[in-house]
Design a protein around this ligand. Structure first.
Ligand code: MN
Length: 271
């Protein structure tokens, strides 16, 4: 697929997604990325394209999929009960509309979700892709990165653990509404690649997580490469690159602030 990366891409993807339900299904077409060039179809309602503002630009970044890597810092892997020296990387997804955009300088209201009594933060670097592909070599993987931001992989830990204990999918613990607070995207030219630098998270001003990006088990390049073996990647895919140790709970009224060297901080208040 060779889509121009622009707001035109967002508009066409959105229009074509509607067409899929009818035309593509009837034609038995499994078009990659859900696109039908030239297709236009009326839809009974509209579904908004999820986007993230791009710093220093009047364009927005259209989000296609949210991938997340699990247990990517050794000390966090240990606190979650696994052995970081033996485990290959694994990934899960959040629904695209789990995005909650948080402008820098603001403290966004983040709703405490239903069903949980143990709601956890996970501070993470996020990489955003403007090129896709399959079986991308590690040596070429970073060419696919459009830019970076920071985000929270919010987690209903009790539900995640209960499902894990029963060998059921994690989905209800990870993939719920607004589970992906995220900052504005910085183009690569503004930040360079992130291979090291402080990442921290505070709750009500008290440091909870504090680590260095160089402690990732699998680098962003390795994550892109591995992901592309399992899924064909496309422009608009974003990757939450894992959280350091000392994840923990928040309750209503708590203020989370997170930081990565080179990016503006991200803050939410749990409401
Ligand atoms: Mn995570």
């Amino acid at each position: 697929m060779t889509q121009p990366f622009s707001s035109e891409f967002a508009r066409r993807s959105f229009m074509q997604a509607g067409a899929l339900a009818g035309t593509a299904a009837l034609a038995g077409c499994a078009s990659a990325g859900g696109t039908m060039p030239g297709a236009t179809a009326k839809t009974p309602f509209t579904v908004p394209q999820v986007t993230i503002p791009i710093v220093g630009s009047d364009e927005v970044f259209p989000v296609r999929r949210i991938y997340c890597i699990g247990r990517n810092y050794a000390a966090h892997a240990r606190e979650m009960g696994s052995d970081p020296t033996r485990e290959p990387p694994f990934f899960f997804q959040k629904p695209t509309d789990a995005i909650q955009f948080v402008p820098s300088g603001a403290v966004a209201a983040h709703p405490y979700p239903p069903l949980t009594k143990n709601y956890h933060y996970e501070a993470e670097l996020v990489a955003a892709l403007h090129k896709g592909g399959r079986d991308i070599p590690v040596s070429q993987a970073l060419e696919h990165v459009y830019g970076y931001t920071l985000g929270l992989d919010m987690t209903r830990r009790d539900l995640q653990r209960a499902m894990g204990d029963e060998k059921k999918p994690w989905e209800i613990g990870k993939s719920f509404d607004r589970s992906a607070p995220i900052g504005a995207l910085h183009k690569l030219a503004q930040t360079g690649h992130f291979t090291k630098g402080n990442i921290w998270l505070k709750v009500n001003g008290q440091t909870k997580q504090n680590a260095d990006l160089n402690q990732m088990i699998w680098s962003v390049a390795e994550q892109i490469s591995r992901l592309s073996q399992a899924f064909e990647l496309f422009p608009g895919d974003i990757i939450y690159s894992g959280t350091p140790e000392n994840v923990g709970p928040v309750v209503r009224g708590d203020v989370i602030e997170m930081h990565i060297d080179g990016l503006p901080n991200l803050s939410v208040r749990i409401v």
